[in-house]
Design a protein around this ligand. Structure first.
Ligand SMILES: [Zn+2]
Ligand SMILES: [Zn+2]
Length: 459
């Protein structure tokens, strides 16, 4: 349809119109056709605006071409594009998405030199960039130095602390926000509730949930999901049922997924029943999402219901779900290095696999046992253990270790949730190589140090 519209545009002779070209770039990018984007973008030379650059960068990020995204940022900075607060925050957002900390810091310095540093939009983008790049300490420095704060700055700081597992700090900022002029919105409450969840503060979380009405905010499905997560962590099953009944809307897949996660690893009969119901609802509402089958299979396998496990697997084969490939990446001084599971395309592939096998051998001796149930991510394959060994995040860690032997922390990003097996392996690796590993997955940060993770194995 997009191509047909594009043809219409050409037929009517609408050329050199930025609004149209920018919209076309955005359309092609979201359809995965970056070649067409590049073609359009190259023809816009001389009349590109902030939106055009933003659409290109966002397109590369959306399609997982992270190195190209950062190259595009570089071109933008060195083009004759006027650098104002708006373009500057586009760049910082790109650094935050790719988690390119060094590039982000360079931009911070550039911003100071260009006198862009003291604008509230720029400062909020900076704070967000530091928090998403794993430096919540720098984020808090920026936050504390701000003379003016908007909703976005408060929300970024609260969610930054929550994502890093510093729930109590997040709540301190929230209390401070309530004393300020800014009033919390629905985004604030999502961060606040998830902070309570990570810190195990059930009563306080429920109190905040009830408080939302007083601020004129009607709880959305995301807020209910946070409350269910909170109750799940505390093992309060009856309350979960109560809140599901209280919901004014029909529970969606997100809610059932949260319920299913809350019921996992439980031998208690009532929880198994609830978990079963959740898995049934989930596969009914959203049969096309592979994550649901994996969750359902893991739940059934963990509770010993092999028959149901087999059913979930068979159902998954039948619908031939499209799996989003798990992708991990690291940013080093020579650019962004991306890995997918079992990937051998990296030029240093041989050294990486050698390093990884060496690490796996050592952590096995230290007591690590592969959690083969997580190999369900790749159902068709035979050799589960081998598959697990070469998950993208493990390849990324091994790669960094082939490059540097200094004691600095290893920073890894992943587009999906970290799997349980890699999580355990990372705890052991952090211990034997005596390095901190900071992993940002799609939900939160995991700081591994000395055999422990900041999430305390609940995520
Ligand atoms: Zn894994
Ligand atoms: Zn963790």
């Amino acid at each position: 349809m997009g191509k047909q519209v594009h043809a219409m545009v050409l037929k009517h002779g609408i050329t050199e119109d930025n609004a149209v070209d920018n919209a076309l770039i955005s359309c092609y990018a979201k359809s995965g056709d970056m070649n067409s984007c590049e073609h359009l973008f190259s023809k816009m030379s001389g009349r590109r605006d902030a939106v055009s650059w933003n659409s290109m960068i966002a397109g590369y990020i959306y399609n997982g071409n992270l190195q190209e995204a950062m190259d595009c940022v570089w071109f933008m900075v060195h083009s004759d594009q006027i650098m104002d607060c708006c373009t500057f925050s586009i760049i910082l957002n790109a650094c935050a998405s790719v988690a390119a900390l060094e590039r982000g810091m360079e931009m911070h310095a550039y911003g100071i030199r260009s006198h862009l540093g003291s604008d509230v939009v720029v400062e909020s983008a900076l704070l967000d960039m530091y928090s998403k790049c794993g430096r919540v300490d720098y984020a808090s420095k920026v936050f504390n130095s701000m003379t003016q704060r908007n909703e976005f700055s408060w929300n970024s700081m609260i969610s930054g602390y929550a994502r890093h597992g510093l729930g109590r700090k997040a709540l301190e900022i929230f209390e401070e926000m309530q004393r300020s002029r800014e009033s919390p919105d629905h985004v604030t409450f999502i961060s606040v509730l998830s902070a309570c969840s990570h810190a195990g503060l059930v009563e306080r979380g429920l109190k905040y949930f009830e408080m939302m009405g007083g601020h004129g905010i009607i709880p959305r499905i995301e807020h209910y999901s946070c409350v269910i997560d909170l109750l799940g962590r505390a093992g309060k099953l009856d309350k979960i049922k109560e809140y599901i009944q209280r919901m004014p809307m029909k529970p969606n897949a997100l809610i059932w997924r949260t319920v299913l996660v809350a019921c996992r690893q439980s031998k208690d009969g009532a929880k198994i029943d609830l978990g079963r119901e959740a898995s049934r609802m989930l596969l009914e509402i959203e049969p096309q999402n592979p994550v649901n089958y994996v969750l359902a299979s893991n739940f059934h396998a963990a509770t010993g219901m092999w028959e149901d496990t087999a059913k979930a697997r068979a159902a998954m084969r039948q619908v031939a779900v499209r799996k989003e490939a798990g992708r991990s990446w690291v940013t080093l001084c020579d650019g962004v290095h991306t890995f997918i599971a079992g990937d051998r395309s990296h030029p240093n592939s041989k050294e990486i696999y050698e390093k990884l096998n060496f690490l796996l051998h050592n952590i096995r001796n230290a007591g690590y046992v592969p959690l083969t149930e997580y190999a369900l991510y790749d159902l068709e394959e035979e050799n589960k253990e081998e598959l697990l060994s070469y998950h993208s995040e493990k390849l990324a860690v091994a790669f960094v270790l082939t490059r540097s032997s200094s004691g600095s922390p290893i920073r890894i990003m992943k587009n999906l949730r970290v799997c349980g097996d890699c999580h355990t392996a990372f705890r052991y690796i952090s211990q034997i190589v005596r390095r901190q590993i900071i992993l940002r997955d799609s939900i939160r940060f995991h700081h591994f140090e000395d055999g422990k993770c900041s999430c305390e194995d609940y995520w």
